[in-house]
Design a binder for this molecule. Structure first.
Ligand code: PLP
Length: 383
């Protein structure tokens, strides 16, 4: 059976060019980037090339990029690193502002930090998923360390207005972090224009390898490391660098194209319009400020899991939420935050496309989805 992979917000297929670029760094150029000899230096050279590519993509300097094992680590490092730096230096600041629609790796880090003495404000969002800028401004106090707001949401695809948030943070003299794992290379991201002090990135959402990410840290800002060791990555993140992964990450960024984004927007809109023709459906998140690859629809009165299960019998992979949370049976915190009732939230399907998604696949999805929904609705005890 043919596979139609529509779960690209969970992860993406590694691009052939990315893989080709990576392979020599396993087999021939396998040096440790910290070694002084030529094998080490060839690895270091490749790693620095990737750092330059990634920095340029977000308007940063290469020295402002720290490689990590992925988005989860970069998010942990930002919040824990800042909290403990402020604690060690007795600045009197212990307050972090974030939102109710963050990825679990931000929310669970915040929960853990609360047990270490941090005060966390969780900003509400409106029905489309946007934070309220006045509420943000009012939440900032003289104890606030950082504001952390997800750029493109992994479940509902809403894109926050980083420029306006950045202006508020700058005016109030607090740091600004964004988790850009889902938005990187898909929408405008510029650390200077948007006044960003920290940005979390990863490779596996953009056809790069899993297990590699990066954290942009604006020059001059200090954090306490969470990983202690040999002092790699400017003493901020010890541990032998994942050179092949970093090389793949750089290549994935280098080959990301605007025309792929345009294609995804067209196919995304075709899916949205096609599904919304089914009565009693609603699109979650903003229609206009939306990731190019995200569709998130509630079908009401039928289980999203059942729809996904039926689609799978046709070889179509979708998701009911974020991959990291789908093992839990709890209602999505993001859908709850935009005001969905549990019964609506549980009827939700996330379809996330990539540059590899074709028009034929979209047609096939729509052809199969309509009868699946009709069938499940007939079977549903809730009308
Ligand atoms: C918005 C967001 N942040 C962070 C992560 C975690 O990144 P990683 O899988 O690289 O640890 C993901 C991926 O699931 C994500 O979508």
């Amino acid at each position: 059976m043919k596979t139609i992979y529509l779960d690209n917000a969970a992860t993406t297929r590694v691009d052939d060019d990315v893989l080709k670029e990576m392979i020599p760094y396993f087999t021939e150029k396998y040096g440790n980037a910290s070694s002084m000899h030529f094998k080490g230096q060839e690895a270091k050279f490749a790693m620095e090339k990737a750092r330059k590519i990634i920095a340029k993509e977000i308007g940063a300097k290469p020295e402002e990029i720290i490689f990590t094992s992925g988005g989860t680590e970069a998010n942990n490092l930002t919040l824990k690193g800042l909290f403990f730096w402020n604690k060690e230096n007795e600045t009197g600041r212990n307050h972090i502002i974030t939102t109710r629609i963050e990825h679990d790796c931000i929310l669970n880090t915040c929960k853990w930090l609360e047990r270490q003495g941090a005060k966390i404000t969780y900003l509400d969002v409106d029905a489309e998923g946007f934070i309220n800028l006045n509420e943000l401004e009012d939440s900032i106090t003289d104890k606030t360390i950082v504001v952390s707001v997800i750029h493109g949401n992994n479940e509902i695809g809403v894109i926050q207005d980083l420029e306006s948030i950045g202006k508020i943070c700058r005016a109030k003299n607090v740091l600004f972090h964004t988790d850009a794992c889902q938005s990187f290379t898909k929408t405008f991201l510029d650390v200077r224009r948007q006044n960003l002090d920290f940005v979390t990135l990863n490779a596996h959402k953009i056809h790069g390898p899993k297990g590699v990410g990066a954290l942009y840290i604006r020059e001059g800002i200090k954090i306490t490391p969470t990983m202690h060791g040999g002092g790699h990555e400017r003493k901020i993140r010890s541990g032998t660098e994942n050179v092949s992964g970093i090389v793949g990450f750089g290549k994935a960024v280098e080959i990301a194209k605007k025309k792929d984004v345009e294609k995804m927007i067209r196919l995304r809109d075709k899916i949205i319009d096609g599904i919304l023709r089914i009565p009693n459906t609603r699109l979650n998140g903003s229609r206009e400020k939306r990731l190019c690859n995200n569709v998130n629809i509630s079908f009401n009165n039928i289980e999203g899991e059942s729809i996904g299960g039926y689609l799978e019998t046709f070889g179509i992979c979708t998701s009911t939420g974020s991959a990291c949370a789908s093992h839990s049976l709890e209602t999505s915190h993001v859908l709850k935050a935009i005001g969905l009732l549990p019964v609506q939230a549980n009827s939700t399907l996330r379809i996330s496309i990539s540059k590899y998604t074709t028009e034929e696949e979209v047609n096939y999805l729509l052809e199969k989805l309509v009868p699946v929904v009709e069938k499940l609705r007939k079977m549903s005890p809730i009308k």
